[in-house]
Design a protein around this ligand. Sequence first.
Ligand code: PMP
Length: 357
Amino acid sequence: MTRMEPQPGIMDIALYVGGASQIAGVSDVVKLSSNENPFGPSPAAIAAVERSARTLHRYPSTDHASLRAALAEVHGLDAARIICGVGSDEIIHFLCQAYAGPGDEVLYTQHGFAMYRISAMAAGATPVEVAERDRTVHVDAILAACTEHTRLVFIANPANPTGTFIQLGEVERLAEGLPEQCLLVLDGAYAEFEEGYDGGAALIEHRDNVVMTRTFSKLYGLGGLRVGWGYASRDIIDVLNRVRGPFNLSSTALEAAEAALGDHAYVEKCLAENAKMRSWLTEALRGLGIGVDDSHANFVLARFSDPAEADACEAHLKTQGLIVRKVAGYKLPEALRITVGDESACRRVVHAIGQFK
Ligand code: PMP
């Protein structure tokens, strides 16, 4: 019998998980550490959750046909090329299970999302980290790091935790230049926040070495229900479905996601609020002398002069009931990642950082 060597797993990477939403002895706490929708799920999704309770004795759909059809309709895609997972985390996991194993390399960049490494290691593959420049993914650096063993390249666009975005032309150049045996995974967890960006869907129409992953956890406010999806060629989707369990998504999750997707007015309102408060927060933090790159997502990365200052600021924010994310685990120890909250939360953050400074 072969046994996996002990590897760091999710329980060892406390920095990955969203962390507490309460602080002992502090009331009126706002959690701005997991890039969640500050307005919560759409009322339509809440109603769907309540409705779904009546049929909980039934097993859920195994083919997710209804949600896939709704996604195909909204995004103008082919439903047969969509796969749904328990968060996009599960799609990332399927990709590693299906396409990478011992002796294979899985590439991602310096500040890349933690699940790439965890899923690569769970598959027995070798994780390979490529340096970024100015907190941005560079295509030539990735291409130079590819070898005959590279099977998967993950990039998030917009990226977490940096919030940076690489243009589609660059993504296409990457897809074009990869070795033949290698798939490019475009992680679109924050795609909706970049106006006019399709997450790479159009690219997939003419390139069968590209996979897109998406989620209901961010804009759609359903992180707690765990719904994500992927889009790729039929062949890739067929392979991924072979490592998927038959009932991976609960009926409640499927129904809520479909309802959330259909609530266009709510989605538009959340997007508009995010854009407005993101630029307000960016400018206000810059006004306090803090380095902030333009963010293309629903959070900003605030860079302090050194890790000690970032730690002290995080501790101060906690005393004010504000939970933000240290990103030391993403090799950015001098930075704090702050979710764009509603107006009152953003004002509280700026006020508290102003006091700290
Ligand atoms: N990719 C990126 C870049 C993320 O930031 C996240 C969530 N933090 C995910 C994927 C996974 O999201 P979920 O599993 O909730 O869909």
